[in-house]
Design a protein around this ligand. Structure first.
Ligand code: HDD
Length: 750
């Protein structure tokens, strides 16, 4: 009702016809600033279209174009045919010999029905033996400059003029394909770089270390963590006897267990996880010099986690939470982005450290070996179809490109055998011909035949041959050449001397956490051991824990009836290292982009205010969702037409959102106060330390719902001073200053 009319303070409200693609926005600005605003809008419009076309150019990578040749759209060819191409006239009724009633036995002769059922019967392929559940997306990788040239001649890591297409698949480890996303687990972070020199697969995790040192132990750790063999319980959880039994007897896993039990085990989003190559690889430069390297991926948005209570609830409320989150961000054009960095150790420094740099249960602490950022990557395109892309994408640690090599890391050596092998079971020997796996550079060799051969290769199929075709390529022309490593040794089953020490870095990690993170970690181990009912298991693990930290061991053991120590089993030298606590990754300026904000309304809410706050949040690229008493129109104050709610209070829980905002409106606040579910909404969000903002009468509702004397509110109807306490942000009356929305950008309370 106030549209276009300057108010007594000289402010005007008008409809801004879409500065972004998030629908109509309402603006409320000083009348005299209107011209400047419209002119700047015009500039933003022009610029965003220019940037938009640049972005779509980046989305359209060489790999995406390569995949287009395999895409068939059902809308282009709407007529249905058999697999042999014959048009089908009836897909609904099996061919029968019918009696006078029109019923009778079905005939095997019906090749159309047979084909349909056959094809259906064979739709499933074996799920991955680990990392079965996942989500993937396309994107691109770029280096900033050629600074890595001193270490490697691989153009993917040194040529800033290149945009390398990538595909990333994120995953959980333990659960099967249909398990929930938010379980406590390690997350896979598998990257395929489609380089001009061939595919490079960097198959990493969101945790920089691993449970075991030697690949031969992999089947044991996986059997132990997977559902128990007698009853296939539990799904998507490590909280059971077998896992904790194994790790109590395999102390090399102590460091990794600390990471998984920390908040890293329950990320808020795939987009807010670090990635690590984990193993030690090598880089080789033009002069043939080799260095050891570890790869690091650092998310632009920071490293954030769920609370355990949230993770448990979301597991039931939205098992696809992380998959949906990735889709939502990419659909909204807020593309997930990571910095790509390397840690480098010169060959001559290999033995300088008190840990073995080839031991995957150890990090290279960043105070000793800093991460050098060399590039960045972005995910900007979801897949067109899940199965052919995400389910059929297949990675091999053994797939490196010239300039990148392996090390003698015994975990990596074994992995280099395992991945190719598993793809044969899952996808068949010709799995690299599948569209998502095939390289964007030419492929030519003398491998032939095998099931599902797609290539028709003419000419000779062996080397040497009289035509000189399919010949090896000299390294000076790009042929892969292994580093000439001097070797001398004794053939024996052995582990390196420094591989024997297991607790120093578990302690280093624990020491480096903030108190809150330590509390979460203690609760997580307590939860897990509480689910172990064999006393030998929880006793053994609580005993082991005393090697990491005396207080932690006491705390957990007391809660789970474990072995409560009376003195530390190992001195704690209080050493810490940077970037082990997640708090070290919080962006300097809080980023609200892609955060989900629920606006809790009832009949009689203040529409003008909601639209203004909503527009400000949308401009910061957050998403807002109206939660109301019904998923239909909810009237605003004075009987206005209001808004259509996105969800009913029962249709979504606070767990799906990062923050809540409760607008002003006397009737609306009264209705909320009388509604148990609405009260639960804010209590639960408060318990999960989310930012909650309220204005005017919304503050009264908040006060009634939370009702804690420690929380301070601004209840004064004519004060626009923002009071922020315990993550609760209140203001008496709305003013167009962005104070409230600024305050809401703190999406987590203390
Ligand atoms: Fe593995 C899959 C990561 C050790 C054997 N692994 C797999 C995936 C990731 C990792 C992210 C999923 C790939 C995808 O999305 O398709 N794995 C790791 C990391 C490890 C590790 C970071 C330690 C540094 N893995 C490891 C060992 C072995 C395997 C020691 C065997 C000796 N991993 C496999 C596998 C999988 C696999 C059985 C199952 C599906 C697949 O390979 O393609 O071969």
């Amino acid at each position: 009702d106030k549209l276009g009319i300057p108010d007594d303070r000289g402010y005007i409200t008008f409809i801004d016809p879409g500065r972004d693609n998030m629908g109509i926005t309402f603006k409320h600005i000083k009348y005299e600033n209107l011209f400047i605003y419209l002119f700047s809008s015009f500039l933003v419009f022009v610029m965003s279209n220019v940037i938009g076309s640049l972005i779509s150019a980046a989305t359209d990578t060489k790999k995406v174009r390569d995949l287009q040749s395999n895409i068939i759209s059902t809308s282009n060819a709407s007529e249905i045919t058999t697999d042999h191409g014959v048009k089908i006239s009836d897909t609904d009724t099996w061919l029968k010999v019918t009696n006078s009633q029109g019923t009778g036995p079905s005939l095997l002769e019906d090749q159309i029905a047979r084909e349909k059922i056959h094809r259906f019967d064979h739709e499933r392929i074996p799920e991955r033996v680990v990392h079965a559940r996942g989500a993937g997306a396309h994107g691109y990788f770029k280096v900033f400059d050629d600074s890595a040239k001193k270490y490697t001649f691989a153009p993917v890591l040194t040529d800033p003029s290149r945009t390398t297409p990538i595909f990333i698949r994120f995953s959980t480890v333990q659960g099967s394909r249909g398990s929930a996303d938010t379980v406590r687990d390690v997350r896979g972070f598998a990257m395929k770089f489609y380089t001009e020199e061939g595919n490079w697969d960097l198959v990493g995790n969101d945790i920089p270390v691993f449970f075991i040192q030697d690949a031969i132990k992999f089947p044991d750790i996986i059997h132990a963590v997977k559902p128990e063999p007698k009853n296939e319980i539990p799904q998507g959880q490590s909280a059971h006897n077998n896992f904790w039994d194994f790790v109590s007897l395999q102390p090399e896993s102590a460091h990794m267990v600390m990471w998984v039990m920390s908040d890293r085990g329950i990320p808020r989003s795939y987009r807010m996880m670090q990635g690590f190559g984990v193993n030690t690889y090598t880089l080789i430069n033009e002069e043939g010099k080799r260095v050891f390297v570890k790869f690091h991926m650092t998310p632009e948005l920071g490293v954030w986690s769920l609370m355990w209570d949230e993770a448990l609830k979301i597991g039931g409320q939205d098992p696809d939470f992380h998959r949906r989150d990735l889709q939502e961000a990419i659909d909204n054009g807020v593309y997930p982005k990571w910095a790509f960095g390397i840690q480098v150790i010169e060959e001559q420094d290999e033995h300088k450290f008190d840990f073995d740099i080839l031991d995957a249960t150890k990090i290279w602490p960043e105070n000793l070996v800093p991460v050098q950022p060399i590039g960045e990557f972005v995910l900007n395109r979801m897949v067109d179809e899940y199965f052919p892309e995400v389910e059929q994408v297949a990675f091999c640690t053994s797939h490196v490109v010239p300039g990148i090599g392996f090390s003698d890391d015994p975990l990596l050596q074994g992995r280099n055998f395992s991945y190719f092998d598993t793809q044969i079971t899952r996808l068949g020997i010709n799995w690299e011909q599948l569209p998502i796996n095939r390289p964007i550079c030419p492929v030519m060799n003398h491998h032939r035949d095998g099931k599902m051969q797609h290539r028709i290769t003419t000419g000779l199929n062996y080397w040497p041959n009289r035509d000189g075709v399919g010949h090896p390529v000299h390294p000076s022309n790009g042929g892969f050449k292994e580093y000439a490593q001097r070797m001398e040794g004794i053939k024996q089953r052995a582990r390196g001397k420094k591989f024997q020490e297991h607790y120093n870095q578990a302690q280093l990690f624990y020491n480096s956490l903030s108190q809150i993170e330590k509390n979460h970690l203690a609760s997580a181990i307590t939860f897990e051991l509480s689910h172990c009912d064999d006393h030998r298991v929880y006793e053994a693990y609580t005993k082991l824990l005393n090697n990491v930290d005396f207080d932690l061991a006491k705390r957990v053991a007391t809660s789970v009836n474990g072995v409560v120590p009376d003195k530390p089993a190992k001195n704690n030298n209080d050493q810490t290292a940077p970037h082990l606590s997640q708090l070290d990754f919080a962006p300097k300026t809080p980023i609200i982009a892609t955060r989900r904000i629920a606006i809790l309304v009832a009949e009689g809410f203040n529409l003008t205010e909601v639209l203004a706050v909503r527009a400000a949040l949308a401009a910061a690229k957050a998403t807002t969702w109206i939660i109301g008493p019904r998923r239909a129109s909810v009237q605003s104050s004075g009987g206005g037409k209001g808004l259509v709610a996105d969800y009913h209070y029962e249709g979504q829980r606070s767990t799906a959102f990062d923050a809540i905002y409760i607008p002003s409106g006397a009737e609306h606040a009264k209705s909320l106060m009388a509604n148990g579910r609405a009260i639960h909404w804010v209590r639960e969000a408060f318990g999960h330390c989310k930012a909650i903002g309220a204005i005017g009468e919304g503050v009264n509702f908040l006060d009634a719902a939370i009702n804690l004397p420690e929380v301070q509110y601004n209840r004064s109807a004519d004060s626009d001073e923002v009071v922020s306490s315990y993550g609760v942000v209140t203001v008496g009356k709305y003013s167009p200053s962005s104070a409230v929305t600024d305050a809401l950008t703190i999406t987590r309370g203390p």
